[in-house]
Design a protein around this ligand. Structure first.
Ligand SMILES: C[S@@+](CC[C@H](N)C(=O)[O-])C[C@H]1O[C@@H](n2cnc3c(N)ncnc32)[C@H](O)[C@@H]1O
Length: 227
């Protein structure tokens, strides 16, 4: 990771948060550091949710969840929001590489915290390795706003890091997550510096945890929240 950080430009202080610099390397970094583990988290429940009509992919990044959604949900409209234009380019390229049509995918380049949704209502929300990018007050602003544009029976899928309650697993996760925040703060100017559990905010927004799978000694979790 240190080597990768040295290879890419470290952003000057004062610059805006952006994953643009990381975008071309992101896929390879993930592959080298985690193999297929993160992707298994992303896809854990995709074959179990009801066929969606409108999917909202937030902070989609390099497009791996987008490809999985396009493959499975042939009739769904997909809205893909990301603050990084270069990440969105990677996502478009992923679609082309898998010969999937981008026609039913709307790409929106914006900061989610400033996004004014178009009035569309979504029955599936997907936030993979995304909610960890936010400070507590930002999550408290964003989650209710996303809930407001979700159907009364919406499903919200989340893959992310977590810190187990106790023992060596906790220490291991704390160390890995601390290193990741140092890395991402250096390379993207990420505002967040600690992992915030979104559970109480999701519950307040009338979502209920339906299933949770933990993996990699508690470092990852995949959640399926339902209304
Ligand atoms: C850690 S990457 C995760 C990418 C992908 N979802 C995955 O499963 O690996 C976080 C992504 O969220 C985007 N992002 C971070 N903060 C954002 C914001 N405020 N608004 C929109 N996108 C944001 C970044 O540009 C990046 O593509």
């Amino acid at each position: 990771m240190v080597l990768v950080a040295a290879q890419i430009a470290i952003l000057p202080s004062g610059s805006q948060m952006s994953f643009d610099t990381l975008a071309p390397y992101y896929r390879w970094m993930e592959l080298i550091l985690a193999g297929g583990k993160m992707h298994r988290c992303r896809t854990a429940f995709l074959d179990q949710i009801p066929q969606p009509k409108n999917i909202l992919l937030l902070g989609e990044g390099h497009g791996r969840s987008l490809v999985e959604c396009c493959r499975r949900f042939g009739d769904a409209q997909i809205t893909c929001v990301d603050a990084s234009e270069r990440m969105l380019d990677q996502a478009r390229r992923q679609l082309a590489r898998h010969t999937l049509k981008a026609g039913r995918v709307e790409f929106i380049h914006t900061d989610i915290l400033n996004w004014l949704a178009s009035g569309k209502i979504y029955d599936v929300i997907i936030t993979n390795f995304f909610l960890d990018c936010f400070r507590p007050e930002q999550l408290a602003q964003m989650i209710p706003r996303i809930a407001d544009i979700s159907t009364p029976d919406a499903n919200w899928l989340i893959a992310d890091f977590q810190i187990p309650d106790a023992g060596w697993r906790r220490l291991r996760s704390e160390l890995i997550i601390w290193m990741l925040y140092v890395f991402f703060r250096m390379t993207t100017r990420l505002a967040a510096h600690e992992l915030i559990k979104p559970d109480s905010l999701l519950e307040k927004a009338s979502f209920t945890l339906h299933r949770r799978i933990e993996s990699e000694w508690g470092l990852f979790h995949s959640d399926w929240w339902r209304r």
